[in-house]
Write a protein that binds this ligand. Structure first.
Ligand code: APR
Length: 320
């Protein structure tokens, strides 16, 4: 059996980290694509030289030609411009929409059977646009947001309760950004729901509310510190977890930006929901019971995504 092929569109900070992780995990051979000449080739060569030390055989190549992504099993898209301080994800809309058009057409022409994971922001709009431009089935195109958002939430919760991150399971829904909906009732430490831990006096509602807020603005906090770009280690790690779920048919239940039609009262939008990822791509969308507050928060999030799609259609009439 030949090795799997992973194409990474965008060889910037996240793209390079994705390639490094995919190689170390031997997920398959890796093609790094970028519009800038020399960057994907240089990064591929540098990363290939990790092989003898780390002991991986994954072949890593860099390219500026979409023809080289042909036959990719998984494609992870990070092409575009990252947020600068003071810039919201939505400011990126116009610039990155054009990038999604080029990438979508490149995928359609060269690798229409791939499972595509979009990371480019503003995520919920970009994954939708990428799906439209590529014409791939909805279950084969997903957005990476919830895995990262819930990792951020879990990290802060583990610190708060002074427990291992391995024992924290947190749950987020909705759009990626300020309107994401961390669901406290479904977030647990070794199966114990957070509200029960508050009742036991292990934390307070105020402290958990502050953690929820910090999770919502988790990306912005890092942008503010880095000053020259946005987070990349945890976003890449999250993308790789989704790729592994598909490649190894793991049937993992992960929060992802998936195309929702009907469930959660959403009709025909990409929004963050729990999904099962396996060899069939997005195999299931899991609906959970939400209280009125979470429902209202999810609606705010959905409305924000809808607004972005209206803006996209205004910028590119072919999407209307
Ligand atoms: N096709 C392919 N690559 C492109 C294109 C394009 N049309 N336009 C830009 N790129 C490349 C850039 O040359 C750059 O190498 O995309 C890469 C983006 O890399 P970085 O600027 O380092 O950004 P990164 O931190 O990797 O984030 C990428 O993910 O989380 C989101 O908000 C983030 O939208 C941003 C994306």
């Amino acid at each position: 059996m030949s090795r799997k092929k992973i194409a990474l569109i965008g060889a910037g900070n996240i793209g390079g980290t994705l390639a490094h992780l995919a190689a170390i995990k031997e997920l398959g051979d890796i093609v790094l694509f970028d519009v800038v000449e020399g960057v994907p080739q240089g990064k591929a060569l540098d990363l290939s030289q990790c092989g003898p030390i780390e002991g991986f055989d994954a072949k890593i190549t860099g390219t500026n030609d979409y023809a080289d992504i042909a036959g990719a099993d998984v494609i992870i898209v990070t092409a575009g411009v990252a947020r600068k301080p003071g810039m919201s994800r939505d400011d990126l809309l116009g610039i990155n929409l054009k990038v999604m058009k080029a990438v979508g057409e490149g995928i359609k022409a060269n690798a229409p059977d791939a499972f595509v994971i979009c990371i480019t922001n503003p995520l919920d709009a970009m994954v939708w646009a990428l799906r439209e431009f590529s014409g791939l089935p909805h279950n084969k195109v997903v957005g990476m947001a919830g895995v990262l958002d819930s990792a951020r939430f879990s990290h802060f919760l583990a610190e708060e309760f002074q427990v291992s991150v391995r024992d924290v399971n947190s749950f987020v829904l909705g759009g990626h950004g300020d309107t994401m909906v961390p669901v406290v009732e479904y977030s647990t430490v070794a199966g114990i729901p957070i509200p029960d831990l508050i009742e036991q006096g292990r934390s307070t509602k105020e402290r958990i509310d502050a953690i929820v807020q910090r999770t919502r603005s988790g990306g912005g906090e890092i942008v503010g510190l880095l000053k020259t770009g946005s987070a990349y280690y945890a976003p890449a790690t999250s993308g790789i977890a989704m790729a592994e779920a598909y490649l190894n048919d793991q049937k993992r239940l992960l929060p992802c930006a998936a195309y929702v039609e009907g469930k959660y009262g959403v009709d025909g939008l990409y929004v963050g929901v729990p999904v099962v990822i396996g060899a069939g791509g997005v195999e299931q969308i899991v609906e959970i019971k939400l209280d009125d507050e979470a429902k209202a928060n999810l609606q705010v999030s959905v409305d924000a995504v809808k607004e972005l799609l209206v803006a996209c259609k205004g910028i590119d009439p072919s999407l209307a």
